[in-house]
Design a protein around this ligand. Structure first.
Ligand code: ZN
Length: 897
């Protein structure tokens, strides 16, 4: 098949090339293989070729072309289709879903939505009503393609699935059409797909370059996998920070599809993956869901066997983290799946064994599994609808066994509390807001606190989102310990910890008995903003909240002169903790008191921050405004290291946090350009996670960067960036990476011969094969809790308990008192875990080790974050210390501006 297909691709590519040069030439349908065999097609339905001028699989269809084709289908068959825009990408591209059904089905789409929403809350329905709904509703099947923009073939598979559902006559289409309503999302990440395609177009010649190192198949930084802010959208279903995913989650709750498929590509050398997934499963899956996954898998296998396609199941892709497109739907009682096809990463790619994988191969296989999925849902329609109802009924009845309620007291950072509550509402979780002050389970609950019952149809989602850990099966963990003892990698695909309270640093407490008046919260109407009073002296903004962070960023951007108190103040009887912002009328002579009052009021309203007017600057206890520990906080100009060797997620997510969560602009600067004289225009340089900065900068570049810090710059380095600044030959940060504690010491290997030993038993043998001087075992992504050192400005406003997502093995020794501050350090072993499972040795070694450090370098400051505070923009709890570093750091250098 290999040579034959390559020949066809070459011919088609040649024709494609000619077409690009001369639009008059019509392409031959060289790739005949895309399509369902043994069916006929209704000629009234426009083919891809009739609309776009090429056969399916022959070219990589762009977003605009995909929409053009879907619109053509919609205008040819308006009574059997509907195209709906559900979101816009950052770059302004529409995201759409395309509904396909029979005329009869499409005429009642609104009733179908209402019916599924009714079934989603079965306690409100009589048994007869449930039965009649199950009897009359179609199986809603959601097929979502291309969440990773460089996993390209799926978009064309989506278009072909739409075409086949409308045009194909014969089995299985005649039956499955009757029983289903199919939604096709042709591209979940249009910005990423267009990034890939631009690169492909720029590097393509007259025929596909198939080698693994061909320019057209190797993308430059950043690859098309991610969206505009370089997020992996298939990890955002939990934090919900990106518009593409926020739109999908809302749409899901209109339809409650029975199955949601997320359709991907993987490495060229692999084959095809469909569920059942690998272990571990999230413990809140129910047996019926595993059985349904098995049914979908068996049916896809039937077709793949018939057509002779290779596949694998039950490996690599697990079902543990609840924030994927294939897992999140499960916690609403649906089934989610991932399909993965070996990628051509272009029109054709060559495997190590010489086989060719074509784009058309990908389109064809994804078409088969798409149709196979619709078929499974169709033939099991009633049973799967019943399973959906039963999942939601049993959760509502508390059969998952969790605590009755979770309390979210309005305490600590109120803006984070409100954000957590609003996020849960977006997820489709019912929340109540208390309308009186009260207490429950010995916890004070001020008015405006939140209650989340686990006795609701999404109760299992409530548990996996709010509890610190969703335990993996014991036998799975035991197997991983066995593998680790053999030096094998643990079989874990992504992070192990995701508890939303830990991510946001918000207190959540389980409680079985609550009697406080509360009403259902719809996600709007908070935070309450209080207009600050007028003043003759100025205003104070207590620090340590997300809202105060937004206030500072906006004030700096508006060129307001703001100061920050590094010490505690007591003014007019109120104690203000370290970090409080001060806006003095006398410091802002360009505006009169009324104007400044208006401006401060506006900033308070848009940020949600508490702003307190004061008519005195006299502090009854602690420092007054004129003290040297009340520092001016000028607006910093921020450069963010960009491009190789930075990690695109880290660079993009960091930019997003500053720009979109706090409204403060950053300027991405390619690492190769950092050593330029222009660097002196910047006050702050952020080095996100990354690979080998030293080699990317070169010796001269490293020296230039050090000189810039020495002249008063603030260098903020995270994970890989911190590894770079801590290198001995760089010398910007005086700490060191640790080896494994109690690991085998380095032996003496002088000469070719070593002293003989007698290994007396199995234990002696096991210790003989241990590696020498090993690094600590890698952590797959676990939330670790920190403590705060109270006397540094870097920790001002940061409460104990802030969690960081720790991945990898970079544990550092603490800075000594003469070297700098360990502003945040990890908690004691018994309190370090804030989400996810940590190996025992990791727990013992990471305890009390630094999380955020600061050291002086010349007139400047170097700040190291052991783990990214901007991880997936989900770690709101870590934002305060990050903003201290970036927005307040320059106020603490000796730099002359
Ligand atoms: Zn993917």
């Amino acid at each position: 098949m290999r040579g034959h297909v390559l020949f066809k691709v070459l011919i088609s590519a040649l024709l494609t090339g000619l077409l690009m040069l001369s639009a008059a030439v019509s392409a031959d349908t060289a790739v005949e293989s895309v399509g369902w065999p043994d069916v006929s097609f209704d000629q009234a339905v426009p083919t891809l070729e009739s609309v776009l001028g090429y056969a399916p699989g022959e070219r990589i269809t762009s977003i605009d072309q995909a929409h053009t084709y879907l619109r053509a289908l919609a205008s040819a068959l308006p009574e059997r289709t509907r195209m709906v825009e559900y979101a816009r990408s950052w770059e302004g591209r529409p995201l759409v879903y395309f509904l396909v059904g029979t005329e009869e089905t499409m005429a009642r789409v609104d009733d179908i939505k209402a019916g599924m929403q009714a079934l989603a809350d079965p306690a409100e329905l009589s048994d007869e009503r449930v039965e009649s709904l199950i009897d009359e509703l179609p199986a809603v099947v959601w097929l979502a393609y291309g969440v990773h923009g460089n996993e390209i073939s799926s978009t064309d598979a989506g278009l072909q699935t739409a075409y086949h559902m409308l045009a194909a006559r014969g089995a299985p289409f005649d039956t499955i059409r009757e029983n289903t309503l199919v939604a096709i999302d042709p591209s979940q990440n249009p910005d990423g797909r267009e990034r890939f395609l631009n690169h492909f177009r720029e590097t393509y010649g007259i025929a596909p370059s198939t080698s693994a190192i061909a320019a057209e198949r190797r993308e430059p930084w950043p690859a098309g996998r991610t969206n505009h802010y370089l997020f992996d959208l298939n990890r955002d279903w939990l934090p919900l920070t990106q518009p593409e995913v926020i739109g999908r989650v809302a749409t899901f709750q209109e339809f409650f599809p029975l199955v949601h498929v997320d359709i991907h590509e993987m490495g060229t050398d692999s084959s095809y993956f469909f569920p059942p997934p690998a272990q571990p499963f999230n413990p809140h899956y129910v047996d019926a869901q595993e059985e349904m996954l098995d049914a979908y898998g068996r049916n896809n296998a039937k077709w793949f066997d018939r057509f002779g396609f290779e596949y694998f199941t039950q490996a690599v892709y697990d079902a543990y983290y609840p924030g994927y497109g294939d897992s999140w739907p499960a916690f609403h009682g649906s089934v989610g799946m991932t399909f993965e096809m070996a990628s051509a990463r272009g029109l054709a790619g060559e495997r190590r064994n010489g086989e060719i994988v074509t784009y058309a191969d990908g389109v064809q296989r994804h078409l088969i599994t798409s149709v196979g999925t619709i078929e499974t849902a169709s033939s099991n329609r009633e049973a799967f609808l019943s399973n959906f109802v039963e999942y939601r009924r049993s959760a509502d009845a508390g059969e998952h066994g969790g605590p009755r309620e979770y309390l979210i007291p309005l305490a600590g950072d109120a803006s984070a509390v409100h954000k957590l509550a609003s996020n849960l509402v977006r997820h489709g979780i019912e929340i109540r807001r208390t309308t009186e002050a009260g207490s429950a389970c010995d916890r004070d609950m001020p008015e405006g606190s939140y209650l989340v019952s686990s006795r609701q149809p999404a109760g299992r989602m409530v548990r996996t989102f709010l509890e610190q850990e969703s335990p993996m099966a014991e036998d799975f963990l035991a197997e991983q310990e066995r593998r680790r003892a053999l030096g094998l990698r643990a079989e874990l695909y992504d992070i192990l910890g995701w508890s939303l309270p830990s991510l946001y640093n918000v207190e959540v407490q389980a409680c079985d008995r609550v009697s406080i008046d509360a009403e259902v919260f719809d996600g709007s109407g908070v935070p309450a903003y209080a207009e600050p009073a007028a003043s003759q002296v100025g205003w104070l903004v207590p620090w340590g909240t997300q809202a105060a962070g937004r206030f500072l960023a906006a004030a700096q951007r508006a060129e307001l002169n703001v100061q920050g108190a590094d010490e505690v103040m007591t003014i007019s009887g109120r104690r203000y903790e370290r970090g409080t912002l001060v806006v003095r009328i006398a410091d802002n002579p360009q505006r009169d008191a009324d104007e400044l009052h208006m401006m401060v009021s506006h900033l308070a309203e848009m940020s949600g921050a508490e702003v307190v007017a004061t008519d005195t600057s006299y502090s009854e206890e602690g420092v007054s405004f004129g003290s040297s520990s009340v520092m001016s906080l000028p607006a910093p100009r921020i450069a963010l290291a960009w491009d190789d060797p930075t990690t695109s997620y880290s660079a993009g997510n960091t930019r997003f946090v500053l720009e979109r969560q706090y409204g403060y602009p950053v300027e991405p600067v390619r690492v190769e350009h950092l050593p330029a004289d222009e660097l002196d225009r910047f006050d702050v340089v952020i080095l996100p996670d990354g690979g080998n900065y030293a080699s990317a900068l070169g010796e001269r570049g490293v020296d230039r960067l050090k000189e810039w810090v020495g002249r008063g710059g603030v260098l903020v380095a995270m994970s890989g960036g911190m590894r770079f600044v801590a290198q001995d030959d760089v010398g910007l940060l005086p700490t060191d990476l640790e080896r494994l504690a109690d690991g085998k010491p380095e032996g003496d290997h002088e000469g070719d011969v070593v002293d003989g030993t007698q290994l007396e038993d199995q234990d002696a043998y096991q210790s003989a094969i241990l590696p020498e001087a090993p690094r600590p075992d890698s952590i797959p992504g676990v939330l670790l809790r920190t403590k705060t050192t109270t006397d540094t400005w870097l920790s001002a406003g940061v409460s104990d308990g802030v969690a960081f997502m720790v991945e990898g093995r970079d544990v550092y020794r603490p800075l000594t008192l003469d070297e700098g501050w360990n502003a945040l350090y990890f908690e004691a072993p018994d309190n370090i875990e804030a989400g996810g499972h940590l190996w025992a040795e990791n727990k013992a070694q990471w305890a009390f080790k630094p999380a955020v450090v600061q050291a002086s370098y010349g007139d400047g400051i170097v700040i190291g974050f052991v783990a990214d505070p901007t991880f997936r923009a989900a770690l709101d709890g870590a934002n305060v210390v990050f903003l201290n570093a970036v927005l307040r750091g320059p106020g603490h250098t000796a730099r002359l501006r």
